[in-house]
Design a protein around this ligand. Sequence first.
Ligand code: BG6
Length: 473
Amino acid sequence: MSTTTTAFPDGFLWGGATAANQLEGAYDQGGKGLSVQDVMPQGIAGPRTAGPVAENLKLIGIDHYHRYAEDIALFAEMGFTTYRFSIAWSRIFPRGDEDEPNEEGLAFYDRLLDELEKHGIEPLVTISHYETPLHLAETYDGWTDRRLIGFYERYARTLFERFGSRVKYWLTFNEINSLVHAPFMSGGIDTPKDELTAQQLFQAMHHELVASARATRVAREVAPNALVGCMVLSMPTYPLTPSPADALAVMEADHANLLYGDVHTRGVYPGYFLRTLREQGIELDITAQDREDLTNTVDFVSFSYYMSVAETADPELKKAGQGNIMGGVPNPTLPASEWGWQIDPVGLRLVLNQFWDRWQKPLFIVENGLGAKDQLVEVDGVKTVVDDYRIAYLNDHLVQVGEALLDGVDVIGYTSWGCIDLVSASTAQLSKRYGFIYVDRDDDGSGTLERYKKKSFDWYAEVIRTNGGSLQA
Ligand code: BG6
């Protein structure tokens, strides 16, 4: 039985990841304003509502706002050395465009950081994770408006000033490349997607890229020990056939996804994107200051990885499969999760090598995991979930991380997505569970909110304790 014991370096960061809107709840407490998530009761696919409605599971989430200490103690029990969480923008700036922050919101994250410090867990903070203040969406049409850059810069500066001495790792925008696919959730853009032009979407993307670079500059001024990373949704793409036309289709799909990492690591727009703009007759509003701002490149690249897709030039075969926000053509060689996301551990090794070869920046895997329907059962009188399927998924992906490390890729850490069950981003369900910890809450909102350790809880604790030595290749 071989293992990848030696592949994981000392100090490799092991942990889990969450986002405020998917677990905190307390949507109207502590002076918090509404965010776009508070009006998305059915996730990306469903219609947005005029205001919060009781069916929206995110309003209560898993009540982490009140139970964070208990949850972090469980993470510590698994041996986490890092924990990725996001700060809810509308807790700090309830409308998004105020001059002064909400002290109660800042104080909540101080308390959360106190708990992490108590357990020696390194925080990894996402500044904006799909939770743009609703006021910015309704008043400015989100990131289509250049003024968002200034609002975001003020928000980021507030965080760096307050938490910069306690938090080393920062991510500017969650899955920044999802904006063109999910404009309301990802970019707070209120205009319905089918009414948006490519010009508007690319302009919004440009505003976010500039805001991200400005945040990096501000961090260097006010929090010199901080390391700032971008965060992209990775989607390795295979040609459906070996034909050159399909390979070209892959190159184009790759360009559309890699653009964001290219700008974050190189500080300029790549030629292939300038060609797209020329050919589509798009002229972006890019100022001299914007160009200067963009040169503030990131310290590391982080990304989510759940699945891969295939691509084809054949319009007949080009039917989209299900998948994480952007989806793609189903790959006939791969199995899929209950939600149709195709499972491909080798894709993680490929994407790690691709990103390293292309960007030569340390890489941080900040999301990976399996969404599945779990059954709470009793084993020896203890309530648990026998989630062997999740253990297999995570094991096989981590083995590939080990392979990438042996390939020479600089990987600094791994945070499994939804380390405690939380509300799904795409479907807003609780039954799509990712956690090592089961939370008793169902899709109809019923449940005690009690926490139970799944079988994967002990399994992950052992992986961390042995620094990957217990993985089964
Ligand atoms: C990522 C998001 O796209 O995928 C998370 O950053 C999300 O917010 C995760 O929860 C899993 O997706 P879902 O839709 O199953 O929750």
